[in-house]
Design a protein around this ligand. Structure first.
Ligand SMILES: [Zn+2]
Length: 94
């Protein structure tokens, strides 16, 4: 699925071209309809972008929750099973 919006993007372009063949007032109202439809498509894209950004942020938080900072050398240990610093061998506080 999801092709409906892609279809509409193409349809919107076609409509835009078709309206240009008509009278000025019709072009105006037609362009408004096409612009509104394009706004809708773009808003939906923006929503999708926001959803992806939220997913990335969530993944970063989860990674940060598992990450331990070595108290001796400051290395970031992302391995949740690690008991000792992978860099300097210091025991990790958990
Ligand atoms: Zn260390």
């Amino acid at each position: 699925m999801g092709s409906l919006r892609e279809d509409w993007k193409e349809t919107g372009k076609d409509l835009g071209g078709a309206f240009k063949q008509l009278g000025k007032s019709i072009v105006k109202s037609g362009a408004t309809v096409v612009n509104k439809a394009n706004d809708w498509v773009e808003r939906d894209d923006a929503k999708e972008e926001a959803r992806k950004a939220a997913e990335v942020e969530k993944a970063q938080k989860e990674k940060a929750a598992k990450t331990v900072i070595c108290t001796k050398c400051g290395a970031e240990i992302a391995d949740p099973e690690a008991l000792f610093c992978l860099k300097c061998g210091e025991k990790l506080n958990r």
